[in-house]
Ligand binder design. Structure first.
Ligand code: CDP
Length: 225
């Protein structure tokens, strides 16, 4: 079987839009594999920061991206045997990831690694460039977004639930800065592609968003037979 025949659902969108949760649930419902591409950028940032590598040293960062020894096992992310699933969610890693993601060499080094997730019976991949660069032939491309205020509130709630203190106006400012950096970079910027379907979740809950993605995918499958 040709790898191109393995269906991909690409879910791209800005920070804290809920795309990770939606993508994971869609994957569960369909029995598909799941790729959290942001985790790869976060991992590169984590390794670089731990090794005190300058986050502007593109070549060194690309080497890290190429050599990452990572195993995704459900909710766990094993980096050379250590579970770093929580460590990569820290705000320092979020900011580091967004900075290093602007380097073309880093993105290229992660390309094949991401494409290797495309396995039967299918893949749901979330990130910024899943539909535009990594899986341009995806069966369904969703651009999942919500207003910056709604996203800041969601992140605030998430952090509170984890017992992490946060300030909503700082979170909003951080989201706006990250949006600007992700959207304005010259390689693989965050933007809704012409072939992507816009899903604004400002007034939708997770279940409604998941159902909408599943509905669109079922429609595509029905057309294909
Ligand atoms: O969860 P959140 O949306 O805040 O972040 P993430 O999806 O884990 O991604 C972290 C950072 O990695 C983003 O700010 C992007 O700059 C970068 N990223 C990217 O450039 N391309 C991707 N496909 C995924 C993430």
């Amino acid at each position: 079987m040709n790898v191109k025949d393995i269906p991909v659902i690409a879910i791209d969108g800005p920070s804290a839009s809920g795309k990770g949760t939606v993508a994971q649930r869609v994957a569960e419902k369909l029995g598909f594999h799941y790729l959290d591409s942001g985790a790869l950028y976060r991992l590169v940032a984590l390794v670089a920061m731990r090794a005190e590598i300058d986050l502007t040293d593109e070549t060194a960062l690309a080497d890290i991206a190429r050599d990452l020894e990572v195993v995704f096992a459900g909710a766990k992310i094993h980096l050379q045997g250590e579970d770093v699933a929580d460590a990569i969610r820290a705000e320092t890693c979020s900011n580091g990831a967004s900075r290093i993601a602007a380097y073309p060499k880093v993105r290229t080094a992660l390309l094949q690694r991401q494409r290797a997730f495309r396995q039967l019976p299918g893949l749901v991949a979330d990130g910024r460039d899943m539909g535009s660069v990594v899986f341009p032939d995806a069966a369904l491309k969703i651009f999942l977004t919500a207003s910056a205020e709604t996203r800041a509130q969601r992140r605030y709630k998430q952090l509170m639930e984890k017992g992490i203190d946060a300030n909503i106006s700082t979170l909003l400012q951080d989201i706006r800065e990250r949006d600007a950096r992700d959207s304005n970079r010259s390689v693989a910027p965050l933007q809704q592609g012409a072939d992507a379907s816009l899903l604004d979740t400002t007034s939708l809950n997770i279940t409604q968003a998941v159902d909408e993605v599943l509905r669109q995918y079922a429609e595509i499958c029905a057309k294909a037979v």
